[in-house]
Structure formats: structure tokens, C-alpha cells
Design a protein around this ligand. Structure first.
Ligand code: AKG
Length: 274
């Protein structure tokens, strides 16, 4: 339950950082499962098993996996976004009550849950695609006007590991001009660095923010990966969302070609059902 003060704070600042709110065991289980999935492909690609509980050893193996088989890394990265545990959290009372708490009367999932693993060592040729510049999620989601984002790291996160940075109160400034070529559309209006504030977390802390809040990835200058999750919701009762026919602008479709040419043979399938 959020207090009246917290709700007022949310309306004013466009976000609430709630300490010690999520079930830590759930967060740790989602994080562990993601690492275990990566560990399967690390074993397959690098030919060695890694201890997912040894953070530095495991993350070093992640970096090597990234370098050795980029396609498998990307697909594994997509696979960890599809775990049952992560999706269960997205529809759990724990999260839905938070979302309802900030006024989303009838929440509907805006887009599938997302997990990020931010590190400059997981980027090609020094590119910065591993972190997102200033943006408003509403530009990509285009949902209800009160659409919310739930963001939490699965490791302790502050400035050094690049936790999210936000501009308090920016949610009421309207939809800003943005370059829409990137994934999220970077804001092209002039923003001042000093207006951003750095958020800080322990495991179990969670940020809930308006989809109009201007935010960006922090700069992960550490050698570790910043593992985090985002969940997004629209409000089915918001009048303009209804009037606009419940827009759902995310495109989800299969690629046309077979990922593995000439696979599978009939005998491989027969073996499965033998
Ligand atoms: O987690 C991050 O660093 C950025 C995530 C974000 O801003 C988003 O996906 O909207």
C-alpha cells in the first residue's frame, strides 16, 4: 500500500523509488535463472562450465561468450527475457498492486517484460548501444497517458554501475522531440545534465515511473554487468487510450528464413517421439 504522501510525490516527481519492497528471493531467483541460461550456452560455446555464483568469473565468461559467438549471445539474451519466473513477476499481485497504487485502475501489459545486462564489455567496436540516452518510454509505448514503468536492478546499483538517471517532474513537460531511429528514440530537445538525478538501489528496491518521465541509463564504469528488469503497463480505463483504440505499437513477428538451414531432418523429429 502506498501512502497518500507517496502518491502525491509520484504525481509531482513522476517517479517513486521504493526501498526494500520487492521479494528479494524472487528477484534473486530471476537473476539466477538468467545466469543459468547463459551458463548453458557458455558451456556450449566456450566448452567450459562456469559457476554462476562467482560473479567475476561468470561475467568474464559472459564477455568471452559475447566475443566468440555474437549470434548465440543475442539469442540467449532474448531467451532470458522469456523465462517463466520473469513473466510471473510481471503478473504478480506484488507488482500489480504497486501499479494500481499509482492510479492504474485496470492494468494491461504494455509490452513483454525486458531484462537488461548493461556493460561496455558487451558492446561491439566501442559503440554505446548497451546504454540508452535520454528518452521517454511513452514514445515507443504510445499507451495510456498514465502508463507506468517498473524498473529494478537485480544487483546493488548506484552511479558506478550505471543505475538509471531521471529528471524529476519532467513527466508533465509533454512528449519531447526525439530521434526515433534508435530503439527508444533519443530526445533531441536540449536537456541539462545537472537536471538528472542518479538513482541508487539495494536488491529489493524498485523504481516506478511515468512513461513520460525523462530518463537515461547511467554510465556503467565498473567491470561488472548491471542486470536489471523493466515491466510496463497501460491503464485500460484511461479515456484517451480507449478513444485511440488501445494502440499496441510493438511489432512481434517471426523471421522469414530458417535460423538453422536444412534443420531438422525427419529422423531427428522421429527420435523425439520415439
Ligand atoms: O536500464 C536502463 O539503463 C535503461 C532502460 C530504459 O530506460 C528503458 O528501457 O526505457
Amino acid at each position: 500500500m502506498l501512502s497518500a504522501e507517496q502518491i502525491e510525490q509520484y504525481k509531482k516527481d513522476g517517479y517513486l523509488l521504493l526501498k526494500n519492497t520487492l521479494n528479494k528471493e524472487t528477484v534473486e531467483a530471476i537473476y539466477r535463472e538468467a545466469r543459468e541460461i547463459f551458463a548453458i550456452q557458455i558451456n556450449h560455446v566456450l566448452g567450459r562450465s562456469v559457476d554462476v555464483e562467482n560473479r567475476d568469473e561468470f561475467e568474464q565468461a559472459m564477455f568471452e561468450f559475447f566475443e566468440k559467438d555474437f549470434n548465440a549471445f543475442v539469442s540467449t539474451g532474448k531467451t532470458v527475457q522469456h523465462t517463466v519466473l520473469l513473466h510471473k513477476l510481471g503478473v504478480s499481485d506484488e507488482i500489480l498492486n504497486l501499479v494500481k497504487g499509482v492510479g492504474i485502475e485496470k492494468p494491461v501489459i504494455a509490452v513483454r517484460p525486458a531484462m537488461q545486462f548493461n556493460s561496455r564489455f558487451l558492446s561491439k567496436d566501442g559503440s554505446t548501444h548497451w546504454k540508452l540516452g535520454a528518452h521517454q518510454d511513452w514514445r515507443t509505448g504510445q499507451g495510456s497517458l498514465d502508463s507506468v514503468v517498473v524498473w529494478f536492478p537485480m544487483v546493488p546499483a548506484g552511479e558506478e554501475i550505471g543505475a538509471l538517471q531521471v529528471i524529476p517532474g519532467s513527466h508533465t513537460a509533454g512528449l519531447m522531440q526525439a530521434n526515433t531511429t534508435g530503439y527508444s528514440g533519443y530526445i533531441t530537445d536540449n536537456l541539462k545534465d545537472e537536471d538528472f538525478i542518479q538513482t541508487e538501489y539495494e536488491v529489493g528496491d524498485v523504481l516506478i515511473f511515468s512513461a513520460f518521465l525523462v530518463h537515461r541509463s547511467g554510465n556503467n564504469v565498473s567491470r561488472n554487468i548491471r542486470w536489471s528488469v523493466q515491466l510496463r503497463y497501460n491503464n485500460l480505463t484511461e479515456p484517451t487510450f480507449i478513444e485511440r483504440g488501445f494502440p499496441m505499437p510493438y511489432i512481434y513477428k517471426p523471421q522469414e528464413e530458417l535460423v538453422t538451414p536444412d534443420f531438422p531432418s525427419a529422423s531427428q523429429i522421429k527420435e523425439v517421439y520415439a
